[in-house]
Design a protein around this ligand. Structure first.
Ligand code: NG1
Length: 452
């Protein structure tokens, strides 16, 4: 076996990369030109804030998508996957690439290809043979999809000899990923590209800015899967997109209440609050509370609050729903963004207990105001707190997926024993698979490309 040893890969990743390079030769009959690695991420704080242009605090994990790639003289992209569940696919590079049916894995690679072709039409000319190997659990809120988008983009750029700075890619790829039908923000791609080992990454958006934030020594980040798969190709996508639209509606209501209007092309809550640099985020809540009833509102009520015509508003909402929750969504987003600010301060000050309390408060807000928790996540959080987690919350979009827990190093064994006994064994029975669904993560570096 052609052993790859490269700084930036864990020893498990080196092993995977070595196998991948050999497999590439066997399946394509060619030598790989390079290997790309894009990590998943776990978000420590700042949920459902990114698409509002408000900050997040994720870290990259040591689960990743690896791609071995070689250029082709034609425009064809041939995609293979080491996991037999993901069937071979191929498509031609073009400015408009027809998507495969919703949920098909190739759509994430196509998203990257179409995004790059549109941004760099003259430079992205060569297709490629790609073999993908991923070990980020799908539908877990750990960004397996964005890692595939990032890795596919880097693979294609590499074989076309195009050098794009990672911060530019981190702004381009979230828009490209909307190809799959999710109105997602930019946290995942930025974390996968720009994260730094040993640290969390505070990310601000529009324009993108990142800075590392130290994590407390003596604590571990433990991630537990609720065993509820929240794939973004299914119901979770609809629920996610509805939240994005609810936040856009809050922005329009707030514009009216504040007697201002956003310049053309700007539409997020973050854009709006940036017009009032002297106000804190929570200052925007009282005027909403005074004017917006705390219950689901129908299109006509919302149109009246915005001062627009209901039919036009219904069209603008794309018919995703007839009723929308506004006040509670705003309360979550503003308070969550403030929690990210407070968390950064707490971490810099070494106040781990305060950080833990912010994680707990984030979870309560995600559950009560954003309605993205589920009974299994609630049970995991309850067990985690009983098992001594300093902070515990759902991570990623929610609706299932994982919790993230901060646990003192010395308490980790007891924590895992308790989670295994009261959550996994109760659901999975036999001891064999119990340990497969919770992970101890240390913060890793962002994406890397290794030219062979
Ligand atoms: P997950 O659940 O990891 O797919 C999603 C979005 C993020 C962010 C979080 C919620 C995608 C690809 N990613 O993450 O941009 O909005 O939800 O904070 O949809």
């Amino acid at each position: 076996m052609n052993r790859v040893t490269t700084a930036g890969l864990t020893s498990a990743e080196e092993e995977r990369a070595s196998r991948l390079i050999d497999g590439f030769r066997t399946t394509t009959g060619r030598a790989a030109h390079s290997v790309v690695r894009a990590p998943g991420r776990v978000n420590l704080l700042g949920e459902h804030t990114d698409y509002n242009g408000l900050p997040v605090l994720p870290m990259a994990i040591d689960r990743s998508v690896l791609i071995a790639v070689a250029p082709r003289a034609d425009r064809l992209v041939r995609l293979l996957n080491t996991d037999a569940r993901y069937k071979p696919r191929q498509y031609a590079l073009a400015d408009s690439i027809p998507p495969s049916p919703s949920g098909d894995w190739s759509n994430y690679a196509k998203a990257a290809a179409q995004g790059l072709r549109r941004a760099y039409p003259m430079q992205i000319q060569h297709g490629a043979d790609l073999v993908v190997d991923g070990n980020i659990p799908a539908g877990a809120g750990l960004s397996s999809s964005s890692a595939l988008v990032v890795a596919s983009a880097l693979a294609l750029l590499g074989v076309n000899d195009v050098d794009v700075p990672y911060d530019v890619l981190a702004e381009l790829l979230p828009k490209a990923e909307r190809y799959v039908g999710t109105l997602s923000g930019g946290m995942d791609q930025a974390a996968s590209l720009l994260a730094r080992a040993g640290n969390a990454l505070r990310i601000d958006f529009f324009p993108l800015r990142v800075r590392t934030v130290p994590l407390p020594a003596g604590y571990r980040v433990v991630v537990c899967h609720s065993l509820v798969h929240a794939e973004k190709s299914g119901a979770a996508r609809h629920a996610y997109n509805q939240r994005v639209i609810e936040c856009r509606l809050v922005t329009r209501v707030l514009e009216r209440l504040l007697g201002t209007s956003l310049p053309r092309g700007l539409s997020t809550l973050g854009d709006l609050v940036a017009l009032f640099p002297n106000r804190s985020l929570l200052d925007f809540l009282p005027c909403l509370t005074a004017q917006v009833p705390d219950r689901p509102l129908d299109i006509r009520e919302i149109a009246a609050l915005i001062g627009t015509c209901p039919d036009r508003l219904r069209d603008a909402c794309g018919g995703v729903a007839e009723e929308f929750v506004l006040l509670r969504r705003a309360r979550h987003v503003f308070s969550e963004a403030e929690r990210v600010n407070a968390a950064e301060e707490a971490l810099r000050a070494g106040d781990t207990a305060a950080f833990g309390r912010l994680m707990d408060a984030s979870h309560t807000s995600c559950r009560n105001d954003y309605d993205v928790s589920c009974p299994e996540l609630e049970e995991l959080i309850r067990i985690a707190k009983e098992a001594g987690a300093v902070g515990a919350r759902l991570t990623g979009a929610g609706f299932g997926g994982c919790t993230v827990n901060l646990v003192a190093h010395a308490d980790v064994p007891a924590f895992l024993t308790r989670v295994d006994r009261y959550f996994y064994r109760a659901r999975l029975g036999g001891a064999g698979r119990v340990g497969e669904h919770r992970f101890l993560f240390t913060p890793h570096d962002g994406a890397t490309v290794f030219r062979l």
